[in-house]
Design a protein around this ligand. Structure first.
Ligand code: ADP
Ligand code: MG
Ligand code: MG
Length: 351
């Protein structure tokens, strides 16, 4: 019997297009004799649309206008699609979604309510991983080394700008990074080297979130590790990002495409062992399951700081996470099958 796989992709986020490309790659990689794939597209307005199989390049997918296709179902809500299909029985759903309303526990909660196994992290790890302040508080409690940070709500900042900046200068200093607490893909993030830039950075970040995090800026190498598993996580080799710019911003991530990835990263055995241990500690601290990409800063003095974990990391065949696993000996189709198996195992464990 084939496994009925619901593939959720697109989504109302900055990574909409990336998710579409990933979905196409996943469909191509899956063994059609083992999986019966049901793609569910979430458009940029947040509508869930069940359409035909993705086949061509992503740009033509848009032209397909799923709703207009014969046999396609269009719905403004998720329930008619997922519930309808789940009555026939999805064996597992793969939420290939990044950022808010996808990677943050909301979709995971829906799938929990429908009692459908799904790939990746559960509600708690997904939502805690989406909020950089909560994530860092949990990491601090686990004893993980991080850069100094503080956070403000829009309501605390507004009308108090200069006093807040005084506090940031005293507690964090320059350079600092100002980020919306609940986003990803570098959206709304700026580096500030002085008061003027700090004020601008706050204004920018508060456009995206009511909560902002300010971090000590470090000059460091950026090294990432992949983790997969449930109760017994396994860690990949390490990879390094070499951004061509000042930092790894949105444009560098998705538009320029010339950021170099070095896999495996050049590290001493001790450095790698330490990162591996920190990655597992972070995974356990957030109670992760399925997968994460754990991102670190490595400073010149050899000190490692955890920056974040991403609970649904970039997943095209050319993204860091799949490439890390490829170098570890797990190729793309095998990685996807492993994640699906982990989803089924986790679901069985819960019962
Ligand atoms: P996102 O979740 O959007 O990827 P990150 O916290 O990873 O956000 O920040 C994006 C990028 O900004 C990082 O990959 C790094 O290049 C740079 N950056 C973020 N925080 C710091 C920091 N504290 N010190 C130095 N560089 C940073
Ligand atoms: Mg992130
Ligand atoms: Mg990041």
């Amino acid at each position: 019997m084939k496994i009925r796989l619901g593939l959720l992709y697109g989504g109302k986020s900055a990574e909409h297009k990336v998710s579409m490309q990933t979905a196409l790659a996943v469909i191509k990689a899956l063994d059609a004799s083992k999986f019966d794939i049901h793609p569910i597209y979430i458009n940029e307005e947040g509508q869930w649309i069940k359409g035909p199989q993705l086949e061509g390049p992503v740009d033509s997918v848009k032209q397909l206008e799923f709703g207009a296709n014969e046999g396609a179902i269009e719905a403004t809500g998720f329930n008619s699609i997922v519930a309808q299909d789940s009555s026939e029985g999805f064996d597992v759903v793969f939420p290939l979604l990044h950022g808010p309303n996808g990677e943050d526990g909301t979709v995971q909660g829906l799938l929990e309510l429908l009692n459908i196994p799904y790939v990746g992290n559960g509600v708690l790890a997904s939502s805690a991983g989406m909020d950089k302040v909560i994530m860092k508080n949990i990491f601090a409690q686990a004893g993980l080394t991080q850069v100094g940070y503080s956070s403000y709500l829009r309501s605390e900042y507004t009308g108090n700008e200069e006093a807040v900046c005084d506090e940031v200068e005293k507690e964090i200093g320059y350079p600092c990074f100002v980020k919306p607490a609940n986003l990803g893909s570098s959206v709304g993030i700026s580096k500030a080297d002085n008061r003027e830039e700090l004020l601008a950075a706050f204004a920018e970040a508060f456009q995206f979130d009511r909560k902002v995090i300010i971090e000590e800026g470090v000059k460091a190498r950026e090294v990432e590790l992949g983790v997969i598993g449930n109760d017994h996580p396994e860690v990949s080799v390490a990879g390094e990002i070499i951004p061509k710019k000042d930092f790894y911003d949105y444009k560098a991530k998705y538009e320029d495409g010339d950021t170099a990835l070095v896999i495996p990263a050049e590290l001493t055995e001790e450095e790698y062992a330490n990162l591996k241990e920190m990655a597992v500690k972070a995974y356990k601290a957030l109670d992760c399951s399925g997968l994460v990409r754990a991102d670190f800063f490595l400073t010149g003095d050899g000190k490692a700081y955890i920056n974040e974990v991403n609970t649904m990391p970039g997943f095209t065949p050319f993204s860091m996470f799949p490439l890390l696993w490829k170098h570890t000996g797990v190729d793309y189709p095998e990685l996807i099958e492993k994640l699906i198996q982990l989803a089924l195992d986790r679901h069985a464990e819960k019962q």
